[in-house]
Design a binder for this molecule. Sequence first.
Ligand code: AMP
Length: 444
Amino acid sequence: MPEGDERQDAHDVDPSVFRAPIGTHDVLPPDSEGWIEVVATFARRARRFGYGLVVTPVFEHLEVFQRVGASTDVVRKEMYEFDDKGGRRLALRPEGTAPVVRAYVQHRPAVPWKVWYLAPHFRYERPQRGRYRQHWQLGAEVMGVDDPDVDVEVIALAHGFYRDLGLERIRLLLNSMGDAASRPAYVAALRAYLLDHGGSFGEEFRARVEQNPLRLLDAKRPEWQDVIERAPQLTEYLSDASAAHFEQVQQGLRALGIGYELTPRLVRGFDYYTATTFEFVSDSLDAAQNALGGGGRYDQLAEDMGGPPTPSIGFGVGIERVLIARAAEPGDRRPSGSRLDAFVIDAIGDGAATLLAAELREAGLAADRAYGGRSVKAQWKLADRSGARYAVMLGRREAEHDAVAIKDLRDPAGTQRELPRRELAGWLQARREDARHETPGADW
Ligand code: AMP
């Protein structure tokens, strides 16, 4: 069959196929500027706190994620699982901690192991604003220390990150899940209470109580709320060691001036949590998707994966949620500054624009230009559209005395001025410094 016949005619193409799958989205410029800023803010802060970047595969053996909790929806119902061509059962990463712990157990780095990550996460959820089938998280983990100071440090890292981004309408919810000594007694008391008081709630309620009564504490069903609200609280059942740890975490937060709300029903979505758990919520988001990030201790997980006893704590932050919250804050502080310092307009030809753009870029400036021998008029239009701060024109008249013409593109009434070419890079750099003062955070 001739090759052409195999190709589909354009009108046979199903347009829905050539769209991002439901629950996923593309991030395009200029919106991606916000993304760069969020990631760079986190990276800078993590480095200041002594955390190194860890990059793990996007998929792992299924068992790695099954460890994070057989009773969690993320593992039971929402995982993207598949067999590869070699018959291995794999899953796309639904959460960030398990792969880091798997890498720790595999490589056995010296402790404390302080790492951060940036990774896509996959969950087959019902998509809505702030809830996607692929979302991105930034996270940090500290493995190998049970000192409550580490809990405070990790929370302070997250807290400062939100503050760096100008998020003000956020609250820190704090709880302790107790340890192996305190949890079983609480789970038994909670199960007995729920079966006793929720007898009329039907089979689903009963099944969930049997499977993991902790999961019910953050169930959203309105008709269950009365009973759940009056349930015994975990903090009343903490062992002495757990209670002392929790008290020290709170003292540390108070010393750093980080406000928190004790939230006894905060259980979070995974089974591995022990001791401190926390969540940052934004009052700028809808209640159902108001979590900006959260985490907690998981002192048993490394052992569950065959590693040595390794008390650990970490958290994850949803990038999309942070961007939505930021846009919704009253004093939206997203930088409005241009990322291009100059757009080169070439009225001479002969490769002059190539040379000047290269010169500026090598001097550390962001410069762009037109291609394809466009007319000078067309180049001015492109300069305007580019969002660059200045247009730099290479004209014959200016070239005679080795100069260029400059125009401030943000000033519609602005006139052109002439500058010796050798001074151009320094002049633009000085203006760039000014702009940075106007838009904090634009200097990633
Ligand atoms: P989790 O791994 O469930 O503790 O979630 C950590 C953070 O990731 C949450 O606080 C959200 O900010 C974000 N997140 C979780 N699931 C989604 C999702 N389906 N879509 C977008 N963001 C999410």
